[in-house]
Design a protein around this ligand. Structure first.
Ligand SMILES: Nc1ncnc2c1ncn2[C@@H]1O[C@H](COP(=O)(O)OP(=O)(O)O)[C@@H](O)[C@H]1O
Ligand SMILES: CC(=O)OP(=O)(O)O
Ligand SMILES: [Mg+2]
Length: 430
């Protein structure tokens, strides 16, 4: 006998919480296993610049009376309160008969950005949490909010099984030693867990599976250059379905610039920029002044005054918009060129994903034009029209003889829900 189980996917950012509720049957059947069914999506954003904004949308029917398009919540300032508000809405939602209390939610899947050496998702318990707490020092800006929501889930959903999915997992076993090693004293590096980990792996796992299906190739034979360009941005060279290089490193700061992140800069810059580089910040005793500046007060927001990438190509752009745009295109070009060579030119597709990659046709056009000498070509009309289309993967260039240029609507929540459904070990005692 199969019964329906509910899966809640939780993606905690530093200033937002994104939640998606899915259903799946237990035990998962062969057909169901790949397709958890989306019931609703919700988000609470602007937690650090109140008022927080709440959204709550049923997957169907699209005009549900419980939907909240955009509601300001001035009293909500923490991840915990945001989550509690979401649960209150969920449990009082008269259109959702299958969920009345926390006991109805079988699984909570948490996106934890830094997973250290974990090479697969894990069920969260006291022991694994202790280990993850140690890793928080490596990624204080990312892991701390996610872990705080794990504790909140323990408190409010005590019967739910909590599973951690890591951004690092996709890279853990496949990055070659010479890629994951920094040229530093090996003993010191080992002792302090200093190496390239790579991030956005939940997204890359989704992208490579969807792109392989689109290309009608086995994942194990699929070679792509994937660009996850959101408020945090990275690139990944994927050879035969596996990550062989990626631009983020020990932390998500390395590599490409982001909305408020500098990306790679000369490490000595830190000491020229501020004499208080290693002082700890007042708000968080784990974060140094330098980390705060490079993570939260840099990137295109620092050049232009706005974190909104769309503003850079709007009819009335902010100051330095052209500079910030050209700089981003240049840093992406460096990576595409390097990864093209690392893949020996055997590239099935150049793939754009993430908020900027999926929505900025101008950015895609500029990047593809910049790497045209490698054989990439953009179809301008398809590229402009893609944002209105609903497919998970859409072609915007390439084709006959040269690599495809694709846009993939990446979905970290769906990837976690799918991971939860396909891993039988999570369902053992259910
Ligand atoms: N229409 C658009 N054109 C260009 N950039 C956009 C557009 N809509 C959103 N963005 C950018 O996408 C980024 C957010 O991407 P997303 O992947 O959702 O973020 P996060 O990294 O927070 O998960 C923001 O920096 C925003 O400026
Ligand atoms: C790893 C990372 O940078 O994540 P995000 O882009 O969601 O901030
Ligand atoms: Mg993201």
């Amino acid at each position: 006998m199969s019964s329906e189980k509910l899966i809640l996917a939780i993606n905690a950012g530093s200033s937002s919480v994104k939640l998606s509720l899915y259903s799946s049957t237990s035990p998962p059947g062969p057909g169901d296993a790949l397709a958890p069914k989306l019931i609703l999506e919700s988000s609470i954003s602007s937690l650090t610049s109140p008022p927080a904004v709440f959204k709550y949308t049923h997957a169907s029917p699209s005009s549900s009376s419980s939907n909240v398009d955009s509601e300001q919540l001035p009293d909500i300032k923490s991840q915990e309160n945001a989550f509690k508000h979401f649960l209150d809405c969920l449990f009082s939602d008269s259109e959702l008969k299958q969920v009345c209390s926390g006991e109805d939610i079988a699984f909570a899947c948490h996106r934890i950005v830094h997973g250290g050496d974990f090479d697969k998702p894990i069920v969260l318990g006291e022991e694994s949490l202790d280990h993850l707490k140690e890793l928080t020092d490596l990624a204080p800006l990312h892991n701390a909010p996610a872990l705080s929501l794990v504790y909140t889930t323990f408190k409010h959903l005590p019967t739910t099984k909590n599973i951690a999915f890591f951004d690092t997992t996709f890279h853990t076993l496949s990055l070659p030693e010479h890629i994951r090693t920094y040229p530093l004293d090996p003993d010191h590096a080992r002792q302090h867990k200093i190496r390239k980990y790579g991030f956005h792996g939940i997204s890359y796992a989704f992208i490579v599976r969807e792109v392989a299906a689109y290309l009608n190739k086995p994942i194990e034979e699929t070679n792509i250059i994937a660009l996850h360009l959101g408020s945090g941005a990275s690139a990944c060279a994927i050879c035969n379905g596996k990550s062989i290089d990626t631009s983020m490193g020990l932390t998500p700061l390395e590599g490409l610039p982001g909305a408020t992140r500098s990306g790679t800069v000369d490490p000595s810059l830190v000491f020229h920029y501020t004499t208080h580089a290693s002082n700890l910040t007042q708000d968080d005793p784990h974060i140094s002044k330098a980390e705060e500046i490079l993570n939260k007060h840099s990137g295109w927001a620092s050049l232009t005054g706005t974190p909104d990438f769309a503003a850079l190509t709007s009819p009335s752009p902010p100051p330095n918009a052209a500079l910030a745009f050209a700089l981003f295109v240049d840093r992406i070009t460096n990576l595409v060129a390097a990864y093209f060579v690392k893949l020996r030119g055997q590239v099935d597709a150049l793939v754009f994903a993430g908020g900027v990659g999926e929505r900025s046709w101008q950015l895609r056009e500029a990047v593809v034009d910049a790497v045209a000498c490698l054989g990439f070509e953009v179809r301008r009309e398809d590229n402009k029209g893609v944002s209105e289309r609903r497919e998970v993967v859409a072609a915007v260039g390439g084709g006959s003889g040269c690599a495809e240029v694709l846009v993939c609507r990446t979905d970290e929540a769906r990837e976690m829900a799918r991971g939860c459904v396909v891993e039988r070990r999570f369902w053992g005692d259910m």
